[in-house]
Design a protein around this ligand. Structure first.
Ligand code: WT7
Length: 652
């Protein structure tokens, strides 16, 4: 990043394109200025983009003050998210397709209209009620990418239940921890998932998880996806289809306060177990829908496809809530980019005439590896806009995405945000913002980024430091589930009075933001967030491991890979076999996304005299930058480092 080429402004939006866009440069500037100078007036106006049952009279009531962090938006308004995502569209759009579902198998796809969505969601809401789910209860959802995932989310929203989605790639242990964390009485899962022609044993995993946390889940609702053989617990397990068939298609949306929680979503941090990020009803929906409209320049009739999984926040905000609140047609894809071939994404684009396509740099880089041919075999003529999310996009990948996938015709929106932010905070608005490959460019309306140095001093002009946000925006998380103290500690203690993102960033002379990656002990593997502490605790839970330290290192496809330094018990011998066993162990403990790419057996770890592991040194060794280890004078035993350097990246 920061090369001459990537600093060049590219004004690449065709004139016709820009004319049609929701914003141009002047409109962006004036709207942004009013959004930060008079946030109450700005959001009072834009808060009306959703329907309210009882209109709000108050807009912003937020404080980042140390020890007193409190975030409320539209606090006296009432509404319902399912009503906004479905019912309010019925008058005009009952027959319009809400969800295009594209199966793992290219021969399988379905079109679900808003009328059908209404029917399915109402029925499933009644199913949840019949199993005792009430307003404020949590429901855990562990589903593959099938329409039932969206139905289940919206059914929860309809009756005021709080959903907690657990990504289908997580292990039974990870699922169990998340069920225990929010005490869900109901779990919604499927017999098996299907990805790239392979089956994912969801019901088996769910059964395992429930053995670990017995007594919490009373009902497991199982969608039949593959029909594969599964065990059944009578009195606990019920088939989704049977229940839905019995249920009434009549279910009034429950009146919710703007500040009632809509969902929680567990995410990794630098310390401890993953925390439940809590998102609200009113502010979240206003922000998700507004960002979806402006950032993707969504217009009526557009076919929009976000390739994320609903198990991550991107799926929540930009497959389900944002698009459906806007009455959009949203595509939901069950499969993976390289099945049956590396043309799959582009074949799906052609098949469904996708106009707006939103994916992650890791997918672009892996497809780039297969060359241009698989792309060029397809037309992609319907594409108008491309989006990127999850990690910094390197200029080479940006260029390939722009030139090869978009035929040089489609602007790219590089969208920076986080699970905690609910929606996009820094991104170009296509048609309004001149693009620079590798830069997320400028803040969305109402977002006040600042770059600070280690002491918290606010830097001005062109600078590099840590990224904080100076004031609240409506989509911001409200608390950590059940632990407001942890919320304040994690996000507002490092730089008191400001929201600390955990990211480093550079601002250039044009005021553009360049996210440089995490500055805490979080690593970003293929756009998925992983706490190094979580991987470490999984490793030390193995009986042969005495100590472990995990860091990220640059990885061509994944962005960052997982590098684990492992010290064995004195009676254990390093071997290739043990290395494999440890990788399998972490997969089982957390899930495949946490599997270390490199395990280096380390006779000792570099520590200070007080016993603190010097991660800075471990990071440098993993990055292969052994000439720049920095100050090593506080090391208790410098010889340890020599051994680590000598055996780095050795997988013998
Ligand atoms: C972290 C948040 C919210 C979307 C999915 C990830 C990194 C995200 C970008 C981007 C550079 C990015 C940051 C952030 N990140 N988007 N466009 N450019 N970095 O959500 O799992 O909560 O991870 O992803 O490091 O802090 P998440």
């Amino acid at each position: 990043m920061g090369t001459e080429k990537s600093d060049t402004l590219i004004h690449d939006v065709p004139a016709g394109w820009a004319r049609r866009a929701h914003a141009d440069a002047a409109k962006y500037s004036s709207m942004y200025a009013s959004s930060v100078s008079t946030p109450d007036a700005f959001w009072a106006e834009h808060g009306k983009r959703i329907d309210w049952i009882k209109p709000f009279t108050k807009v912003k009531n937020t404080s980042f003050a140390p020890g007193k962090v409190s975030i409320k938006w539209f606090e006296d308004g009432t509404t319902n998210v399912a009503m906004n995502c479905i019912d309010r569209h019925l008058a005009r759009r009952a027959g319009q397709v809400a969800i295009i579902w594209e199966g793992d198998d290219p021969a399988e796809s379905r079109h679900i209209t808003y009328a059908e969505l209404h029917d399915q969601v109402c029925r499933f809401a009644n199913v949840l009620k019949s199993h005792g789910v009430k307003k404020g209860d949590t429901v855990t959802i562990y589903l593959p990418m099938i329409p039932e995932a969206a139905y289940a989310m919206l059914a929860c929203a309809r009756i005021g239940a709080v959903h907690s989605i657990v990504f289908g790639g997580f292990s039974p242990d990870a699922l169990a921890g998340r069920i225990e964390g929010c005490q869900s009485k109901v779990l919604v899962t499927a017999d098996e998932g299907l990805r790239g022609g392979r089956k994912v044993p969801l019901k088996v995993n769910a059964d395992d998880a429930l053995k670990k946390v017995a007594g919490i889940v009373k009902t497991m609702i199982v969608v039949k996806r593959t029909g594969g053989g599964i065990d059944w617990v009578d009195g606990r397990d019920v088939w989704y289809a049977d229940e839905v068939a019995k249920a009434s298609a009549d279910c009034a949306p429950v009146e919710m306060n703007a500040e009632d929680p809509l969902f929680l979503l567990y995410t990794s941090g630098s310390t401890g177990a993953p925390k439940g990020v809590v998102h609200s009803t009113g502010g979240y929906l206003v922000f998700a829908s507004m960002t979806h409209q402006y950032v993707f320049d969504y217009h009526d009739g557009d076919i929009y496809w976000c390739t994320a999984d609903v198990g991550w926040v991107t799926g929540h905000s930009y497959i389900v809530y944002g698009p459906l609140a806007n009455g959009a047609t949203t595509l939901m894809f069950e499969g993976i980019p390289n099945y049956p071939s590396t043309s799959r994404f582009w074949q799906v684009v052609d098949k469904h005439k996708v106009n707006i396509f939103y994916t992650a740099p890791t997918a672009i880089r892996s497809l780039m590896g297969a060359g241009e041919e698989p792309v060029k075999q397809t037309s992609r003529a319907s594409l108008r806009l491309l989006g990127s999310v999850g990690e910094p996009i390197n200029p080479e990948a940006w260029d390939w995405y722009h030139r090869v996938v978009g035929d040089g015709r489609c602007p790219i929106v590089d969208t920076w945000w986080q699970t905690e932010t609910g929606g996009i905070l820094i991104s170009p608005l296509p048609g309004a913002t001149a693009l620079k490959p590798g830069s997320a460019t400028l803040p969305f309306f109402g977002v006040m980024p600042e770059v600070v140095d280690a002491s918290g001093a606010v830097l001005t002009g062109a600078c590099e430091g840590n990224l904080v946000i100076a004031d609240s925006w409506p989509g911001q998380m409200r608390t950590v589930y059940g632990d407001h103290e942890r919320f304040m500690q994690t996000y507002f203690a490092t730089y008191p009075g400001k929201y600390f993102t955990g990211d480093g960033c550079r601002r250039d002379a044009d005021g553009y933001y360049w996210i440089t990656g995490r500055v805490d002990d979080v690593i970003n593997v293929s756009g998925h967030r992983m706490g190094t502490a979580e991987v470490e605790s999984a490793l030390v839970a193995h009986q042969k491991v005495s100590e472990a330290a995990v860091v990220g290192f640059p990885h061509d496809i994944k962005g960052q890979g997982i590098y684990a330094y492992v010290t064995l018990m004195s009676d254990a011998e390093p071997s290739g076999e043990l290395r494999k066993e440890l990788v399998a162990w972490v997969r089982k403990e957390i899930g495949p996304i946490a599997a270390p790419d490199v395990i280096q057996f380390a006779p000792g770890l570099p520590k200070t005299r007080s016993g603190k592991i010097m991660r800075r040194i471990l990071r440098k060794i993993a990055e292969d930058e052994v000439g720049a280890l920095g100050d090593t004078s506080t090391l208790a035993d410098p010889a340890v480092v020599d051994d680590l350097i000598k055996n780095r990246h050795s997988q013998k």
